[in-house]
Design a protein around this ligand. Structure first.
Ligand SMILES: [Zn+2]
Length: 131
């Protein structure tokens, strides 16, 4: 499930206007090379829980957030995939902090000013798309 996050943290970590978070079941994520070279630093989510952030030590690109060994799912940074043409978010969140020049088609995407109360709703919308 993919959503675009316009929070200030995602703007900074993506060095852009928003982040693309691709939620993937930890069991379904496989690194074909280089996983042993990834580095990690830790920040904290709004609820205070630790959020490990994994990145490439050579180029500094953030690859995913979460703990593959402990979390059911992790957040892969969508823009890091080799093929991004099929990636279309199901929702835009934290629009309260979106750059003022961003225009969102509110008929096409679920839109939230802050964090959605129910992230399961995003997953239901994603599955309803049939992707
Ligand atoms: Zn964010």
């Amino acid at each position: 499930m993919l959503y675009a996050c316009h929070c200030s943290d995602c703007q900074k970590q993506s060095a852009s206007a928003f982040g693309l978070s691709l939620i993937v079941a930890s069991a379904d994520l496989e690194f074909t090379r280089g996983a042993d070279q990834l580095r990690c630093w830790q920040t904290h989510a709004d609820d205070g829980s630790a959020k490990p952030c994994h990145f490439c030590p050579r180029c500094g690109t953030r690859l995913y957030h979460g703990n593959l060994d402990a979390d059911d799912s992790v957040s892969v940074k969508g823009g890091t995939l080799d093929q991004t043409g099929d990636l279309e978010p199901v929702a835009h969140i934290w629009l309260r902090s979106a750059q003022p020049w961003i225009e969102i088609d509110r008929a096409r995407y679920a839109c939230f000013d802050t964090e959605p109360d129910d992230r399961d709703e995003l997953m239901r919308r994603w599955r309803a798309r049939g992707k």
